[in-house]
Design a protein around this ligand. Sequence first.
Ligand code: NAD
Ligand code: MG
Length: 392
Amino acid sequence: MTHTVTILGATGSIGRSTTDLVAQHPDRFRVGAVVGGCDAAALAKVARETGARFAALADPAGGPALAEALSGSGIPSGAGEAAVLDAVAQDADIVVAAISGAAGLKPTHAALRLGRRVALANKESLVCAGDAFMRDAKRYGATILPMDSEHDALSQAMAGRPLADVRTMMITASGGPFRTWTRERIAAASPAEAAAHPTWSMGMKINIDSASLMNKGLELIEAHHLFGIEPDRLDVVVHPQSVIHGMIYWLDGAVTAELALPDMRVPISHCLGLGDRLTIARGRPLDLVALGSLTFEAADEARFPCLALARAALAEGGAAPTVMNAANEIAVAVFIAGAIPFYGIADLVERAIAHFSGLHRTAPDGVEEALAIDAEVRAWSTAALPRLRAAG
Ligand code: NAD
Ligand code: MG
């Protein structure tokens, strides 16, 4: 049976890995709608290559360029938020949610409301509004398939066992490009150095989050919502080879791990396969002898304060993760632009959480509320930046 796959974030890193896999299995998959952010030419290229049924660009100004780039293809297109929601509403068996950042919330939630199977890469949806997303998935009969590699590993290792059998869920971190750097050297790191991920090839925002270990913090929050596990039963270990992605520590002391080379097509294929194992052309086999050893270290929260901030936000609950995510998105963008140093990211996030802790206590009960908090924190963060820079 052929499954129709709609791809939100089709021009990105996850989107391209998904189209690569889909192209390898034309008997199993066809592409439904494709959605991109603002690059009309890139979206038109993906749409043509995949024979998509519909293409939508989030940037309303890009509509004419998209239509022009698709002329003669017969692929209908649109631009702006309504067009993105039209794309989500197209017929699909699986929706891959791979827009980066809080921009992914609305389209991803719209797919849940339609009762779709949603392969979720956009972790920010669960970080910003995890309670509402999990509640609404149940309410509308949608299924969330964890596509983030660590969470896919955990779900594979769980193999349907109940949470009551689990002592701890452990996710691994590569440690990022600054794993062995001193605090002083990290403090002076450039955006290019932060973006140079040692094991994974990914989009810019998640690369910077990996360098700060904020990505692991976001993933702890993501795991809490996906699996319904308490924060104190979740942990992180640094594993520089990125071969083990997640481990279940069972009550009896046994540990089940999932191993694979760092290639997002592995978790993507596990999600799209819906229980079947798919072959991946050009996927390298895991050669343990060539690898020689797998090593592990504790995560150093002194050099990577974002991990501690995220753990604290998870423990605090309520709107703290929503606030943290918004401040982090602003901080990462200004760090990439060269306007703040690397530790300015943690600094801004910490100040935002402190500032908003008395203002928003309860977890957002829906996407609209999460996005309202997100907008408020972004505005506050943007206004706070010049003062932070002046304070050094
Ligand atoms: P990316 O930056 O490479 O791609 C992002 C995609 O989202 C692009 O197609 C872009 O055009 C689109 N987009 C951006 N803003 C948009 C908007 N407002 N509306 C609609 N589309 C918009 O990012 P990525 O690395 O592919 O990551 C995507 C998501 O998957 C993120 O949430 C990330 O945390 C998660 N994730 C990525 C990886 C990875 O290996 N890249 C692994 C696990 C999870
Ligand atoms: Mg991950």
